[in-house]
Design a binder for this molecule. Structure first.
Ligand code: MG
Length: 394
């Protein structure tokens, strides 16, 4: 019986990424009999070790602070859901969006941004001459690429997951010039080229960036209220939220508490999704895009309307001031930073404490960073307790 990839089920626009035109994998492989290249990428991400770890990694609230808060895993699933839904409306490639969304946070350290900032500071503090390959700091986007390119050990013939160019391009959302130059030396005209020569990633990659932002703005409100650090009254300061809260109350005058919160967030999410779809359609039509590559030559096309961009910025600023910099969050941030920097210092000075699989590198500092970045919150806490004898998180 003949098996064919199910690509015909989704009608793709001419500017969507077509798996049949993929720039391919770093190590050539035969096509799978029933799946397109991007479906296969998504499946490889889901079966990876790094993906399973996301369930025990912090988004904003530490993993052990409560069972109902978002983790990196549920965040990634929400990004994939929003991304696919918008992709279908725009006739972009849903499978590619899903693969990028599920992989986009694979390189995150334990303890969210606190962990990454601390690890970056540790790596930056190294003497460049002594650590030629190591002195380039730590970037979580670059680390996500490193996970899928180098660190996963699943296949007999190569390191990493050997994903398609388009998925890797989407994973590398930001990259410093220095790191882009290094990547470019290993892979000329590769995934880092646009950080040196200008240009954009595929529309699917652009969509994942925006879906990420829409997802965390919404779920951080939910988690913020759940944690008691934000109140519904305080959220009245945010015009976009207040607008949808009023809208929810007009439709359901007796609505209150959690259901009012959820309904307001739901309306806000839908409004943002429709805004992206409408505004992006306009921008694509203006450009008369004929191919996926044409979008790479242009500035970002998948975007909010200017009015929605402003509203979203107000919400982000509100969350930064009232949630991410809430004294209680800052307090755990300080402890988290200490766990990471203590671990880094110890593994640097006592390589025998690293498991053997991580300790054989020529580039010890990078091996230490990879090891720490791969840890879940609770593993990092336990390891810190083992090495230092005291609990940082009582
Ligand atoms: Mg994210």
């Amino acid at each position: 019986m003949e098996r064919v990839p199910e690509r015909s089920f989704q009608m793709l626009a001419p500017y969507a990424s077509d798996p049949a035109l993929s720039r391919g994998r770093r190590y050539p492989e035969a096509e799978a009999p029933t799946r397109t290249a991007f479906q296969r990428d998504r499946d490889r991400v889901i079966h990876s070790t790094a993906f399973r770890r996301l369930v025990y990694k912090t988004q904003v609230f530490l993993n052990h602070e409560g069972d109902l808060f978002r983790t990196r895993l549920t965040h990634s699933l929400e990004v994939a859901q929003l991304g696919r839904s918008i992709a279908r409306s725009l006739k972009l490639n849903e499978d590619l969006v899903e693969a990028i969304a599920l992989a986009h946070d694979l390189g995150h350290t334990p303890f969210g941004h606190a962990g990454q900032d601390s690890l970056n500071a540790c790596m930056q503090s190294l003497t460049p001459g002594e650590h030629a390959e190591d002195g380039w700091g730590f970037e979580h986007n670059l680390q996500s690429l490193r996970v899928v390119d180098e660190l996963e050990e699943r296949y007999p013939a190569f390191d990493g997951l050997n994903l398609s160019f388009e998925t890797r391009e989407g994973i590398l959302k930001h990259c410093s010039r220095h790191n882009a130059q290094r990547l470019e030396r290993h892979e000329p005209q590769g995934v880092a080229a646009r950080f040196l020569n200008g240009g954009s990633p595929s529309l699917e990659a652009q969509l994942c960036n925006l879906a990420d932002e829409i997802a965390y703005n919404a779920h951080d409100i939910d988690d913020g209220v759940r944690s008691g650090l934000l109140t519904l009254e305080q959220l009245g300061e945010v015009p976009m939220f207040e607008h949808h809260r009023q809208q929810a109350l007009r439709a359901h005058p007796t609505l209150a508490g959690r259901r009012l919160l959820f309904e307001s967030i739901r309306l806000m999410l839908s409004d943002q999704v429709y805004d992206v779809i409408d505004h992006t359609r306009l921008r694509i039509a203006e450009q008369a895009l004929e191919s996926a590559d044409a979008a790479r030559q242009l500035p970002t096309l998948v975007a909010f309307s200017p009015a929605m961009r402003d509203r979203s910025q107000v919400l982000k600023t509100f969350l930064l001031r009232n949630l991410y910099r809430h004294p209680q969050v800052m307090e755990t941030t300080t402890r988290a930073r200490r766990v990471v920097s203590d671990l880094f210092e110890r593994y640097m000075n006592a390589p025998q404490e690293l498991p053997e699989a991580h300790g054989r590198s020529h580039h010890h500092a990078r091996a230490v960073a990879d090891y720490i970045a791969g840890m879940t919150d609770r593993f990092a806490i336990r390891e810190h307790e083992r090495l230092f004898g005291a609990a940082v998180f009582p």
